[in-house]
Design a protein around this ligand. Structure first.
Ligand code: SF4
Ligand code: SF4
Ligand code: FES
Length: 324
């Protein structure tokens, strides 16, 4: 079968903007997008630049934007892509600077991984302290790394992240998933965990995630970064880090539901922003628009009938949490 491939090209030495180029290629059975790209480079256009190494979904270097989604080219079947989309369109990963064609600059990605201190701070000289076996420790049965250690650093989640798109300083899903692995590690001392969480709750950290789930959808290794971020948020609250607006949004939300049985949008700004008059005035126009559309309930007398049952659920949940 002969298929057409549309590939984004960009050479910073000659082009002002990226542009699309079409290539036609005979496709064999079971061929992957990476195999097609290598053949295009070898047989049709040697100037095409792409990055790859293992060809086995291990090294993470061939992540690209294929038919609108971040994927590993080496494990993306051309036949399936064509059946689903009726075309094959390949672009570099979004949200990262392009070096040339399909090759992006991963430095911002690595800078963020480094920023979360991706190692156990308790072990500065493992061989000196623990001999040639490093630090051996039996982990409690209840302890889980979840799947964050499966990350191959492909950058697909960062490229797909909606928060990263508008706020490039956001630490991003891969780095935060990596951070969670060390916050959850029983070998990390309590003071170090507190310090990690204190840093992670700052601007551009855990509270910047919009929970859009894109990182979970595109991750080729089922790392589920958003779930790791949720675990970090839970840890931050459990460690008493409740002063950020993100944390106050959660505690305020829970508070309102416990007291009134449902969310009261009229009181949420006070719960989240507090008595910062300037900030409150800045959200006032939105509040007025919501009120005109009937979206803001009365701040008074909002309690639902049967509120005692809802409070009983909260009490039972608290008792259960204490037992766990
Ligand atoms: S869930 Fe959060 S971290 Fe994941 S892609 Fe969406 S905004 Fe980014
Ligand atoms: S979390 Fe998944 S998508 Fe993100 S870098 Fe790691 S393997 Fe790639
Ligand atoms: S070439 Fe290594 S993951 Fe695709």
């Amino acid at each position: 079968m002969r298929l057409s491939f549309t590939i984004q090209r960009f050479n910073p030495e000659t082009d002002h903007h990226p542009h699309q180029e079409d290539y036609r290629l005979d496709i064999g059975r079971g061929m992957t997008v990476l195999e097609a790209l290598i053949r295009i480079k070898n047989e049709l256009d040697g100037s095409l630049s792409l990055r790859y190494s293992c060809r086995s979904a291990i090294c993470g270097s061939c992540a690209m934007h294929i038919n609108g989604t971040e994927k590993l080219a080496c494990r993306t079947s051309i036949r399936k892509e064509f059946e689903r989309h009726g075309r094959i369109s390949i672009d570099p990963l979004p949200n990262l600077p392009i070096i040339k064609d399909l090759v992006v600059d991963m430095s911002p990605f690595w800078d963020k991984i480094r920023a979360v201190t991706p190692w156990l701070t308790s072990i500065t000289h493992p061989t000196r302290r623990y001999g040639s076996f490093g630090q051996l420790q039996l982990l409690p049965e209840t302890y889980q790394f979840h799947n964050v250690d499966a990350c191959i650093m492909c950058g697909a989640c960062v490229a797909a992240c909606t928060s990263h798109e508008v706020s490039p300083d956001f630490l991003g899903p891969a780095a935060l998933a990596k951070a969670e692995r060390f916050v959850a590690d029983p070998r990390e001392p309590a003071a170090a965990k507190q310090a990690r969480l204190t840093a992670l709750q700052e601007a551009h950290g855990i509270w910047d995630c919009t929970r859009c789930n894109m990182c979970v959808q595109v991750c080729p290794k089922d790392v589920q970064p958003m779930e790791a971020i949720i675990r970090l948020r839970r840890s931050a609250l459990q460690h008493g880090l409740t002063s950020t607006e993100g944390a106050r949004h959660i505690t305020g939300f829970v508070d309102l539901v416990r007291h009134e049985g449902r969310l009261n949008e009229a009181l949420m700004p006070l719960k989240v922003i507090g008595v910062d008059i300037r900030r409150l005035l800045s959200v006032m126009p939105l509040g007025i628009r919501m009120w005109l559309k009937g979206k803001v309930p009365s701040p008074f007398g909002h309690t639902v009938p049967g509120i005692e049952q809802i409070r009983a659920i909260f009490s039972a949940a608290r008792r259960l949490a204490r037992r766990v």
